[in-house]
Design a protein around this ligand. Sequence first.
Ligand SMILES: Nc1ncnc2c1ncn2[C@@H]1O[C@H](COP(=O)(O)OP(=O)(O)OP(=O)(O)O)[C@@H](O)[C@H]1O
Length: 649
Amino acid sequence: MRSHLALILISADFLYLIVLVFCSTHVFAKDHMHHPHRAQYNSTTDRDTLYALKGNFNGSFIDTNWSGSNCCLNDTSIWFGIQCLNNRVIGISLEGAGLSGEVDAHAFANLTELSSLSFKNNWISGTLMNFSSNTMLVRVDLSSNMFEGAISNSLLSLQMMESLQLQDNNLIGPIPGFSQKSLREFNVSNNNLLGKIPETDVLQSFTDLSYSGNPGLCGSPTLIACNGAMTMSEADDESESNMSSGIFKGGTVLVILIVLDVIAVVTLALFFTLCYKKVENIKQQRKKPVNIEVTNKNFEVDQDRDSKSTTAIGGEIGNKRRLVFLDRGNEFELDDLLKASAEMLGKGNFGNVYKVILDHGQEVVVKRLRDLRPLSREEFVKRIRALADLKHQNVLSPLAYYYSREEKLLVYKFAAKGNLFNLIHGERGENRIPFKWSSRLRVAIAVARGMEFLHANTKLDNAIPHGNLKSSNVLLDENQKVLVSDHALASLITLPIAVQQMSAYKCPEYQHCRKVSRKTDVWCYGSLLLELLTGRVPSFAAPKGTNGVDLSSWAHRAVREEWTAEIFDPEISRYCTRRHEAQGMMKLLELALWCCDKSPGKRPDMHQVVREIGDMKVNELEDEEDLTSFDRSLTEDSISTNGSGIIVE
Ligand SMILES: Nc1ncnc2c1ncn2[C@@H]1O[C@H](COP(=O)(O)OP(=O)(O)OP(=O)(O)O)[C@@H](O)[C@H]1O
């Protein structure tokens, strides 16, 4: 018994010594770093480190963006994706930048001020880097890459770390015993990690979602029992206790150890208080204000950060504050937009969308793009020009754009009658004005024409002409003209984001063999027809918190099992009493199922679709009646939205 106690005390003393040494060096190191004149590293070493890092990646974008003699100028970042403070690099954020390659293990050794690192959504492979020099790191996000090997033990020494995101990689081996109290977000799901999850308070404080998708992991907080598996530290403890019994005997040693330990505990408490105060001080200094504010009155664009970008492209952008108009007429300045009142229409997958009423009464929509591919100004302009050149009466092309390093805007005409999603699924209570068959057919024909035009005229190689066709991207202007919007935005968005968010990537061929093509747009069009016919929301376009239906499988089953009549929206079947209407509904259903064929090769092209659908005659009288319905349904506030154009149930 005594020998056990003595052993425990000696171990505690040993631990104490280690902690003491660690604390002194750690506190000293931080102190050292916060006095620039004493610092060993500076902006030049940071720049050279980033140049070396750039050499690790295969990705054309940082080749062009990371160049020149300064990556930071005081607190302003000169290079893309870098954050600076006092001429030092404190943040790197290259999310969805299409980066591949392996990062050198010691790539970050000189970035001693780095507090935030994100390489989320890239294709980076190799083992995790060594972070032991990056003691200021607060956030690390390496999720959705192809990192392999073990979780680096260097992460255990990061005492300021609040968030560690390593999910969706190929990491293997056990989870090290993270015990930093600062750690509030932790995710290692969807890797190949093994063994028992260490029972540290910190690791046990996260839910099993942080660990899911690792078939070899066991122990709390997962529900998988370990069947005798131990963590590495448990195994070590056990073998040590077996070996050491009987080494220490006698009461004297014990008394001395007890006295020493009391002194040690008091000193240790003093040291921890000192460490804690230092760390809190540093955290306070690092809190930076957010740059972009959006209110419901107006919106502000971050213009000052672009003070270096004055390059003119084809004479278009000499002035950094200029909106560039893609057509003549309608011209106004960015300042006119900024001072006008703005109302948020919705938070789309690619950025927030605002309706802005200019002083002279013109209503426009401003789409503030985010998650863009890291495009140079030239590439961005080229792609916007290509999509703006596509002019058709059923296609909504942008009127103008704004480009700066930090901000990219697209300006569109405002479509006063809202979107097709609201028309179909808007409030179904007694105030609803029916959205009848002939109106639905009219929309289907207009969308087909718009899509046929896009398919015939899109010039960008390998691009899907639309890529995100769905009912919230079909708009109606003040004259009920149907407009297909948001075409070709896929060419601006990073691939991982496009895969997550765009309709095209929900098609069967992408699920099976990661391929999309022009015929993918045809599948989206078929799904839109099914939405029009059934009044149900397709699962890929269902608003957050609601469930949609796999419309194509559902409709195919209905036809196979001969209960087709039941799938039509009662709102149209109730009114479609005439023979040609019932035939039209069946014909449109056939066309929808053809477009949704699992095999892209068997689907029609958009030209064939227009030919098929053009044969269906819209009854003129019914059409007149329905136009009135459209108007009333949109002006009587019968559609309730949450401001994002999405139905509130
Ligand atoms: N020119 C416009 N006129 C009127 N409403 C618009 C216009 N452009 C977009 N909207 C509406 O603003 C909201 C947000 O549009 P946005 O296209 O960004 O998002 P979304 O269609 O919900 O999703 P996604 O980003 O995938 O396209 C939607 O309700 C859309 O119908």
